[in-house]
Design a protein around this ligand. Structure first.
Ligand code: ZN
Length: 88
């Protein structure tokens, strides 16, 4: 069984939501406007927004351990994520 990039493993909400965020980011060229990315926490029912510009997203995504997380939400593995929602 192969795991292609287009088919994230079922049952891993973080990978699924990350995939959606990647697709959304790839379709956008806005640099300065904030975009609502999905929270990539371990909760499959969580689709809260993490507001980031594309530039912020690109910068953060350069770190392979980074996850877009709403403050207080838990990553799928300890130490994996950091909240980078900079609305304040
Ligand atoms: Zn969440």
């Amino acid at each position: 069984m192969s795991r292609g990039k287009a088919a994230p493993p079922a049952g891993n909400p973080t990978l699924l939501k990350r995939e959606v965020n990647e697709l959304m980011r790839a379709s956008l060229r806005l640099r300065d406007e904030r975009i609502a990315f999905f929270c990539e926490c371990a909760d499959a029912s969580c689709y809260q927004a993490v507001w980031l510009t594309c530039a912020e997203y690109d910068e953060a995504r350069a770190d392979p351990e980074w996850l877009a997380l709403v403050g207080g939400h838990q990553p799928d593995r300890p130490g994996a994520g950091r909240a980078r929602d900079r609305r304040n």
